[in-house]
Ligand binder design. Structure first.
Ligand code: GDP
Ligand code: IMO
Ligand code: MG
Length: 420
């Protein structure tokens, strides 16, 4: 039995979907524990591109069970749309998907509130999927859950009260009020389609563990978007770090066997907030290659050099045992390559990211420069097939991060991977 937590070690979009797809070959069950359809996990298989938002990335492999845990916030209409879209692509979805009855719902007023807040100064640059307001209601203990949605009378009653409350807020913000009747109808219709998937996933997972099944916990977003440990307030509203896998599924810490961290060979971020190693030239180079456009919103990702201050901290918070480095091929023709080994703040070296957003924004990276390899790496399938300078680079950034290197990804497709 080996239960594995997979975590993004940077600002999201590290290539988690790709690595989950590789690791799912050995797992029995893949579970999402936090976030919602703000996530966009890309898997490319047999030339077809799948972008998963709420459904775990294990769904593309037959015989695997996918679970959406209690910690996820679910937009039921979006989930039905995702299921229908995948079915059209030939993906089988019936008894292989389970949805927690305790997962909270994202409702239209959450999305509108998210959009309204984004119009103001101090915007976060959210995905506008209503994630923050939905988790806000959960913490305020006024949220609606999947279990409500499967009981139409209960749902309608609770929804009516919430629509009255939220319409007052929307009006005060100058936004159009929403119609209880419309939302009620749309959501109950979605609820009907989802009903057969809804169950107590905590009990399901515990029974699976008793039967020695292997579980893969698919992190969404990344360490520096964590509500507690990220670059607050420019974060998402859930615990994206390893602890979130326990609270978001009801599986206790002593049942977790290893934590795999995914990091890009460079850094990217989408939305507002500091990215200490941001570099306009590198951003342009990667965009010119058609890379680093958001999988959920299509926004251009900001790009920067590899930041070892960040990944070291991520290794510590998450207890990363092994690292998967992705997008090594993005640096194939970049020479020289810079690596941030520390920050300088007010003239003094700093080796952990400060918690305060303005201090982080004032951190200047201290770089070490290394040689590029100026050779395509796509076709390498063994570590020894990588150019010497590329081998040196991945070893260097793994050592700076402080965990064992276990995988190097050299392209988006399933087979474009080196397993060490
Ligand atoms: P996730 O949110 O962490 O799953 O990452 P995204 O799917 O949002 O973004 C990662 C992007 O990089 C996607 O377009 C992937 O197809 C792509 N990708 C993943 N690994 C590699 C790699 O090693 N090389 C290349 N070229 N693309 C990769
Ligand atoms: P995956 O799982 C990258 C970012 C948004 C914004 C902040 C808050 O694909 O790695 P939210 O909509 O969650 O309230 O937005 O978090 N963000 C992500 N960035 N990858 C993601 O998911 C993200 N999910 C949210 O851009 O900065
Ligand atoms: Mg993504």
């Amino acid at each position: 039995m080996a239960n594995t937590i997979l975590i993004g070690m940077q600002w999201g979009d590290e290539g988690k979907g790709k690595i989950i797809d590789v690791l799912t070959a050995r797992a029995d069950i893949v579970v999402r524990s936090q976030g919602g359809n703000n996530a966009g996990h890309t898997v490319i298989y047999r030339g077809v591109k799948y972008v998963l938002h709420l459904i775990p990335s294990g769904i593309l492999r037959r015989g695997k069970i996918c679970v959406i845990g209690n910690g996820v916030v679910i937009d039921p209409v979006a989930l039905v749309g995702e299921i229908d879209g995948l079915r059209k692509l030939g993906v089988k979805i019936d008894k292989n998907l389970l949805v927690s009855d305790c997962a909270h719902l994202v409702l239209p007023y959450h999305r509108i509130l998210d959009e309204q807040r984004e119009l103001r100064r101090g915007r976060i640059g959210t995905t506008k999927r209503g994630i923050g307001p939905a988790y806000g209601d959960k913490a305020a203990r006024t949220g609606l859950r999947m279990s409500d949605l499967t009981q139409p009378i209960v749902f309608s009653k609770k929804l009516q009260a919430k629509v009255i409350e939220n319409n007052r807020i929307l009006q005060a913000l100058g936004a159009r009020p929403i119609s209880f009747r419309e939302v009620n109808e749309t959501y109950l219709a979605a609820g009907k389609k989802l009903r057969s998937f809804v169950t107590n996933t905590v009990v399901y997972l515990h029974r699976a563990i008793e039967r020695d099944k292997e579980i893969l916990f698919e992190g969404a977003q990344g360490t520096f978007l964590d509500i507690d440990h990220g670059t607050y307030p420019y974060v998402t509203s859930s615990n994206t770090t390893a602890g979130g896998a326990c609270t978001g599924t009801g599986v206790p810490p002593h049942r977790m066997d290893r934590v795999v961290g995914v990091m890009k060979a460079y850094s990217t971020r989408v939305g507002e907030g500091a990215l200490p190693t941001e570099d306009d030239e590198l951003t342009q180079t990667l965009h010119n290659l058609g890379r680093e456009f958001g999988a959920t919103t299509g926004r251009k990702r900001r790009c920067g050099w590899f930041d070892a201050v960040a990944t070291r901290y991520a290794r510590m918070i998450n207890g990363i045992d092994e690292i998967a480095i992705t997008n090594l091929d993005g640096l194939d023709h970049v020479d020289p390559i810079r690596v941030c080994v520390a920050y300088r703040l007010n003239g003094k070296p700093v080796d952990v990211p400060p918690c305060d957003a303005s201090q982080l924004a004032n951190c200047e990276p201290i770089y070490k420069q290394v040689r590029g390899w100026n050779t395509p790496t796509h076709s390498a399938r063994k570590f020894s097939q990588l150019p010497p300078a590329a081998r040196k680079y991945v070893r260097y950034i793994s050592e700076l991060t402080g965990a064992k290197l276990s995988m190097v990804s050299v392209g988006p497709a399933r087979g474009e991977i080196i397993v060490l």
